[in-house]
Design a protein around this ligand. Structure first.
Ligand code: SAH
Ligand code: SF4
Ligand code: F3S
Length: 514
């Protein structure tokens, strides 16, 4: 039997539902000793009371440490910062296994696609890439192609890969990244498709190795999962229930990054304002955490993403202390219409959002608000959409990420009838973007002549003669300067405002800062 036939037979073997749930390594006969645990969105929806354990004993067994010797890896990331950060963990594990990194697809012996399920086009991109990799796999049968991240948590995706993309070697999910050494070993030696996806969230694994993308800006997870279940969103299914890391572990990580010379930390979670709500034994929230982190000697602390519902006064009071806590708040509103917000299960009204945003603006000096919007939610009327436009103008957001609603199988909204044609949705998106661009340009214009604090990130992507960096409020600034100031915080006078960026000149003596 050749390799292809063997694989074919494994794929045709449908494990029983008990097998799917067991999470055990399965023995499908001499050729098929491999891991086969498929996801279930239904199971992922359940929120149990069981305690989440924190583990500090992650280790890579000795026989797996040399596995990557002479082999190269590439991790390609789609989706949000959470995924980017998970990719840093995967890269850390692969480096500890002896693999070397490469940016060239043709050179790689292991390619991991860390995927995003948030919208259909995100998924289409990944399926396109899986298709592109097929000729390379034929040319190089030893190549291991792995699919991980949020898409792996969906049974429809795993079934499609099983049916149409048999050149994939490994599928694992968001809850078992720490199992990568075992799964990879299995995929390399068994030559069978290895599938291990846990529908139930796992424990918190504290000490996984991590290869960070740079030495200037670092991500720090403060919590995992989401319990909000907005009716359009797949994340609560792909990331499991809310689990907060212990404050001492987060603080130790931020301190380490400060010692290593990092200048900016972004605290990560799907809904960071829910931080601490899962602690039974203490009353400790994001405000308390930020109040401790602000004492660490690191120039900038950001956090993303906050949900308006849990944004409490304690957090506002702490953020108002300023210092290294930057005055940029990303506060997704999704729609300006209360009825649509209700159908989305966002659990706030337009008025409540406005009240909160105004409180933030009033209490936190010079604060900048940005947001996310979904247009074309099922049956959204022109009047309801007009409420979104008017909210944009009323709140004067500095910028916004805007999306056309994309039905996600298994979510409540996907079952709603929808009478809004795609062309109408596209037109609304265009009109919304026009308003937002106008606002961004206006807001940027107000900075002309002002002096801003900039963290110099590197050469500008468009022109290597120019440097670029970001303000505390996350605006991109381009300016001439010596490369030796890359990684420093400098002050820049804004000369010219554009819609999405600012041009300026470095200044030495600073009196007025924004
Ligand atoms: N946890 C974050 C959101 C993460 S997803 C929060 O609640 O703020 C990022 C954004 O993607 C969301 O804010 C929303 O605007 C958009 N999004 C999520 N699901 C979507 C869907 N099904 N269709 C279109 N956009 C969606
Ligand atoms: Fe999705 Fe809502 Fe959770 Fe954000 S808060 S991840 S939009 S369910
Ligand atoms: Fe996408 Fe998963 Fe992030 S669905 S947006 S990668 S949490």
């Amino acid at each position: 039997m050749n390799e292809q036939q063997k694989k074919q037979m494994t794929i045709n073997l449908e494990p029983s539902s008990a097998d799917k749930k067991s999470g055990q390594k399965k023995d499908y006969g001499v050729y098929f000793q491999t891991t086969f645990t498929q996801p279930s969105l239904k199971e992922a929806k359940r929120r149990g009371k069981e305690d989440v354990q924190v583990h500090y004993d992650f280790d890579i067994p000795e026989d797996m440490r040399g596995l990557g010797k002479g082999r190269k890896f590439l991790v390609r990331t789609y989706g949000c910062q959470m995924n980017e950060h998970d990719s840093e963990n995967m890269a850390g594990i692969l480096l500890d296994m002896g693999f070397e990194p490469t940016t060239q697809t043709e050179e790689a012996d292991v390619i991991l696609l860390n995927t995003c399920a948030i919208r259909e086009n995100a998924e289409n991109k990944v399926f396109g890439e899986i298709g592109h990799l097929k000729p390379l796999k034929t040319e190089k049968p030893g190549l291991i192609i792995g699919v991980c991240g949020c898409m792996s948590q969906e049974e429809s995706v795993v079934n499609k890969i099983l049916k149409k993309h048999q050149h994939v070697d490994l599928i694992f999910g968001t809850h078992n990244i720490h199992r990568l050494p075992f799964l990879l070993k299995d995929a390399i030696f068994n030559k069978e498709m290895v599938i291990e996806v846990w529908s139930k969230e796992g424990d918190i694994i504290e000490n996984m190795p991590r290869a960070r993308r740079g030495q200037l800006q670092g991500w720090v997870n403060i919590m995992y999962g989401c319990d909000k279940f907005c009716t359009y969103c797949i994340v609560p299914y792909t990331r499991g229930k809310e689990r907060s890391r212990l404050p001492e572990d987060i603080i130790a990580e931020v301190r380490d990054l400060a010692r290593l010379g990092y200048k900016e930390i972004t605290l990560l979670g799907q809904n960071v304002n829910a931080y601490g709500k899962d602690f039974d034994d203490m009353n400790y929230g994001l405000g308390d955490l930020m109040d401790e982190i602000r004492k660490i000697d690191i120039p900038r602390i950001r956090f993303t993403t906050s949900h308006p519902r849990d944004f409490d006064d304690r957090l506002i009071e702490v953020l108002a202390k300023g210092g290294n806590l930057v005055e940029h708040i990303h506060l997704p509103v999704q729609s300006g219409n209360t009825e649509i917000l209700k159908l989305m299960a966002r659990k706030y009204t337009r008025e409540q959002y406005i009240e909160l945003a105004n409180k933030i603006k009033e209490k936190i000096p010079n604060s900048t608000l940005t947001t996310d919007i979904i247009v074309g939610f099922p049956n959204e009327t022109e009047e309801q959409f007009a409420d979104t436009l008017s909210l944009m103008k009323e709140m004067e957001f500095d910028s916004a990420y805007t999306y056309i609603y994309s039905p996600r199988e298994g979510t409540p909204a996907a079952g709603m009838e929808d009478n809004v044609p795609l062309e109408v949705k596209r037109d609304r998106l265009q009109r919304l973007n026009d308003v937002i661009n106008e606002l961004s340009a206006l807001k940027n214009k107000q900075l002309e002549g002002k002096i801003v604090e900039v963290l110099v990130e590197g050469e500008s992507k468009k022109n290597p003669e120019i440097l670029s960096g970001r303000t505390r409020t996350n605006k991109m600034v381009n300016f001439a300067g010596d490369k030796s100031i890359i990684g420093e915080i400098v002050y820049v006078k804004i000369i010219e405002a554009k819609t999405w960026s600012l041009n300026g000149q470095v200044v030495e003596n600073v009196e007025v800062k924004v």
